[in-house]
Unconditional design. Structure first.
Length: 310
């Protein structure tokens, strides 16, 4: 592949041969062997010189990535992953990204300084493969079977607000009472997520809420709630640190849905590069080993905070 790429780049068998220290006969023999292996002509000759066939052009365009991975694999085997190089593309929800994924990336780069990250924080569900990204972190169920999913942890939506909001407006006792509260609503693809789901009498139910603020930015939504502007319904990982720090207080705890998994996704239709596989394994261990604020949401501390403001 290296030989073929050099021939295409120089436009000459003899020029490429001189750079590689090979005779014209040796170059012709290797090119012929490649064409026999692939079962198709790769180059065509004319009075203007050499040009690629459609098969040759496809090989040229895709071979550099393969050669890069071979070199990365060599470095990883010979010297560990400290020599990983290249770019990793990630997308994840905004609030999760700011609170956790940015620190995850910092930790990985500290061990692999040759890796560059391209990160898109978005609360929209992006087609990360079409966007040229390698990894997506998503909440909830995963309907696309072409994706490979690695679980990162358990999560569940939590209704919460600031102590100041509870002082002024009181707490809803049932999901239906949310209708009389100012609920801050997340937008997804310009569609308001204004049906909040809970457990009631052993069954999952939903209630349509209303409020005076909507945004597609989960971070801003959380800041509004911390400022006492209303109630929010967000994942436990996203609000767990605020609850532990008493910035937010969970409500309707007896009605929360059971926990569901959130995952790291990769494209199952292609083989992972060495650097992406290394990052995926690193991310799984990072989330597994870190102290999860969401685990403490139903601890006595939260219950005490709620009682104290009612």
């Amino acid at each position: 592949m290296r030989l073929f790429r050099l021939v295409v780049q120089t436009g000459s068998l003899s020029t490429a041969g001189r750079q590689l220290g090979l005779s014209p006969a040796a170059m012709s023999g290797r090119l012929k062997a490649m064409e026999e292996f692939y079962g198709a002509p790769l180059l065509k000759r004319s009075t203007r010189g050499l040009s690629t066939t459609p098969e040759g052009q496809y090989l040229f365009e895709n071979s550099q990535g393969i050669l890069d991975e071979v070199e990365s694999l060599d470095r990883a085997i010979k010297g560990g992953h400290a020599d990983l190089r290249g770019t990793i593309g990630i997308t994840c929800p905004i609030d999760l990204g700011r609170q956790y994924v940015s620190q995850l990336v910092d930790a990985f780069v500290a061990e692999n300084p040759g890796v560059t990250f391209r990160i898109i924080f978005s609360d929209q569900v992006l087609n990360f493969v079409d966007r040229g990204l390698d990894v997506a972190i998503r909440w909830g169920n995963l309907p696309d079977s072409s994706m490979v999913a690695r679980p990162l942890g358990d999560d569940r939506p939590v209704a919460c607000c600031s102590p100041a909001y509870l002082d002024k407006h009181g707490a809803p006792r049932t999901p239906d009472e949310l209708r009389s509260h100012n609920c801050l609503i997340q937008l997804r693809a310009d569609f308001p997520l204004d049906r909040w789901r809970f457990m009631q009498d052993g069954f999952a139910t939903s209630v349509q809420v209303r409020g005076n603020r909507m945004t597609n930015d989960g971070y801003i939504l959380r800041q509004w709630a911390i400022s006492g502007l209303g109630l929010i319904w967000k994942g436990a990982w996203e609000v767990g640190a605020d609850i532990v720090a008493s910035r937010l207080v969970p409500v309707l705890e007896d009605h929360h849905l059971p926990a569901t998994r959130f995952h790291l996704l990769t494209d199952g239709s292609k083989r992972l590069t060495v650097r992406v596989k290394s990052f995926v394994d690193f991310a799984v261990q990072y989330f597994k080993q870190m102290e999860e604020p969401a685990r403490h949401l139903v601890a006595s501390r939260s219950a005490h905070l709620l009682d104290s403001v009612l």
